[in-house]
Design a protein. Structure first.
Length: 411
């Protein structure tokens, strides 16, 4: 009797386990209707504070971060909040990191202080801060399963972690913030592409803009990349190279689509020569992208599982990990600059899902900070057989880094 292939059985068992887990997730996500709520959406935005005039000024010291959102605001409650519904228009505002707010005898509530702003005032405040920071700005786009609270908390952490000197903007699209709403999040993300690309175009063409650090996480990459491609084709001055440092953390993007269509336009010869580059953080231990891989049927850019069994066999035969990455654009080989860098964080993965290593794992946090601040080759990376792919090695035995402190999870 022929013995079964043990590695194959282990992989089958693993995939079967995840298939069993993901089945109710997919079914529930597909059949559960979106709750429109009991209040007409027009009533939420009727109060004056949902429609600030140009005379209204937001205290930038109290609320240091900027936000742009297509979420529906709720201006009926004591504090303005942003819901998971689509809004009738894009709105602008300022916010602060999480704070404990106490009301009366009730226990303190952890909340995000925010205020909506008139677009004219918002752009003026942003312009003033960018001039003071030599034209640098960081734009963060969150991913799947986020509320405004969770994405704002992450934005504040990114600010503490990186020490970024310029203004930081969060673009908040109407993610449902729920595990079983992935299909709804996909729909809302695609719906919002027009809004985001118009905003990105305006930001890129602002006279004070000299460098945009564009950061996306997870599903947010699928909003960012086609919008960036649109801006590249349509910017009025013909040069969108100010969007120079693009960071994709755990991108939930089709790898083949990225290689064939997106990378060719975004990482064109001219733009790479003007310092355009993309850094991808990927992990084979990313459970969220493993599910996305199974759901979509094709590899994810942030999850380097081999789609081609023959390629996997070749890697195994050469004593290499069975990990397959997006290829570096061939037409940039003559340029003495790397257009695409992939950082494999599998060995340093942390958290229940391994989907946010750039904010949870000390080695990844250090690398991420360096990339945000313009370092093309941070210390600590280990080269691979591919010139554009690097691995962050595991923490040496005996060392116990304080991941929370190093990643500045708290003040």
């Amino acid at each position: 009797m022929k013995m079964p292939n043990l590695p194959m059985l282990k992989r089958f068992a693993s995939q079967t386990k995840w298939s069993i887990l993901v089945l109710p997730w997919l079914v529930a996500g597909c059949v559960t209707p979106v709750d429109y709520g009991k209040i007409p959406h027009a009533d939420y935005v009727a109060p004056d504070r949902c429609n600030p005039s140009a005379a209204a000024v937001v205290d930038g010291n109290d609320k240091p971060f900027f936000f742009v959102t297509s979420r529906l605001p709720n201006c009926l409650s004591e504090d303005i909040s942003l819901l998971h519904h689509r809004a009738d228009q894009v709105r602008y505002g300022r916010f602060a990191g999480p704070r404990d707010v106490k009301r009366g005898s009730k226990k303190p509530t952890n909340t995000i202080p925010l205020a909506l702003a008139h677009p004219q005032n918002w752009w003026k405040s942003l312009d003033d801060q960018m001039v003071a920071a030599d034209g640098r700005v960081l734009l963060y786009v969150h991913g799947y399963r986020e509320t405004f609270y969770t994405s704002s908390r992450d934005t504040a952490q990114i600010a503490r972690l990186t020490g970024f000197a310029g203004p930081i903007i969060q673009y908040s699209w109407p993610s449902q913030g729920a595990l079983l709403k992935y299909p709804v999040d996909e729909s809302n993300m695609y719906w919002d592409e027009r809004n985001f690309r118009k905003f990105l175009m305006q930001l890129a063409q602002l006279p004070s803009t000299k460098e945009i650090v564009l950061l996306s996480h997870s599903l947010g990459a699928r909003l960012v990349l086609p919008s960036l491609e649109y801006v590249d084709r349509n910017v009025s001055n013909g040069d969108s190279s100010v969007i120079s440092n693009i960071i994709l953390a755990s991108p939930d993007v089709d790898t083949q689509d990225f290689e064939r269509d997106i990378a060719e336009e975004i990482l064109s010869d001219r733009r790479v020569r003007n310092d355009r580059r993309i850094t991808v953080y990927a992990s084979i231990k990313d459970r969220a992208l493993s599910l996305s891989n199974d759901f979509h049927g094709y590899p994810r850019l942030g999850y380097p599982r081999c789609f081609d069994p023959f390629e996997a066999a070749d890697l195994r035969a050469n004593n290499r990990p069975e990990r397959c990455y997006a290829a570096h654009p061939e037409y940039t080989e003559e340029i003495d600059k790397t257009a695409l860098t992939i950082v494999d964080t599998s060995a340093t993965s942390r958290g229940r899902t391994g989907h946010s290593n750039y904010l949870l794992s000390a080695p990844v946090c250090r690398d991420f900070v360096a990339v945000v601040n313009g370092d093309r080759m941070p210390e600590g990376r280990k080269a691979t057989h591919l010139d554009h792919v690097f691995i962050l090695p595991p923490v040496p035995k005996g060392e116990k880094p304080d991941h929370l402190a190093l990643c500045r999870r708290t003040e």
